[in-house]
Design a protein around this ligand. Structure first.
Ligand code: ADP
Ligand code: MG
Length: 189
């Protein structure tokens, strides 16, 4: 079973994937490293300072490279755009916390704003539900949990065949009141 672990940059995907791999012995694939290794990075978006990857080629390469009979977690903010995952886990994070984390990455202001905006507007959730349906998508608010606690939640979800998924239904996390905060007034100006 292939599972997409997605979320706005800074929500903790790579930190949590690392625990899933080391502590819970789940095979994980870091999408960006995989794309580099397979030489399928098509271009570079200068404005966004990010690589451009063809999703269909990426999907084919993943299918060819992984054993779909075992449990594989795909770590990356593009993973929900692939058709190969049978379930999608979205990590969500309070935009105020996310902003601090993205600032620590020393990204430019525009890139930080673009990602904060994506988190507030539920962009990944909308894309994931559209592609994979409500039934196959869960989202976890990570704001008040440690990376170990979230890894445990994910481990329990994937090993129980998403028994508790109703608790993590898409649509339950709503950051829209953040638009009233001075920090994010640029979004409504
Ligand atoms: N739940 C959390 N609690 C505290 N810090 C976290 C949490 N999740 C992630 N972080 C921190 O946020 C930063 C970004 O995490 P990372 O795993 O690289 O996110 P992503 O892969 O989603 O971009 C790292 O410094 C990480 O330690
Ligand atoms: Mg990452």
């Amino acid at each position: 079973m292939i599972i997409a672990l997605t979320g706005t940059p800074g929500t903790g995907k790579t930190s949590i994937a690392s625990i899933l791999n080391k502590k819970y012995e789940i095979e994980t694939v870091h999408i960006h490293s995989f794309a580099k290794q397979e030489d399928i990075i098509e271009d570079f978006d200068v404005k966004r300072k990010s690589d451009i990857i063809d999703i269909e080629i990426l999907n084919d390469k993943i299918i060819k490279n992984v054993n779909q009979d075992s449990l594989i977690v795909l770590d990356g903010h593009l993973s929900h755009l692939l058709s190969c995952p049978s379930k999608v886990i979205i990590l969500r994070c309070n935009p105020l916390i996310l902003e601090t984390r993205l600032k620590a990455k020393e990204w430019n202001k525009e890139k930080i704003r673009e990602n904060i905006e994506a988190e507030i507007l539920d962009l990944i959730e909308t894309e994931a539900v559209e592609l994979h349906s409500m039934d196959n998508v869960v989202e976890i608010d990570t704001s008040n949990y440690s990376i170990n606690e979230i890894a445990k939640i994910i481990y329990e979800l994937v090993t129980s065949n998403f028994l508790d998924k109703a608790k993590y239904s898409p649509g339950t996390i709503d950051w829209s009141e953040m638009l009233l905060k001075d920090e994010f007034s640029w979004m409504v100006d």
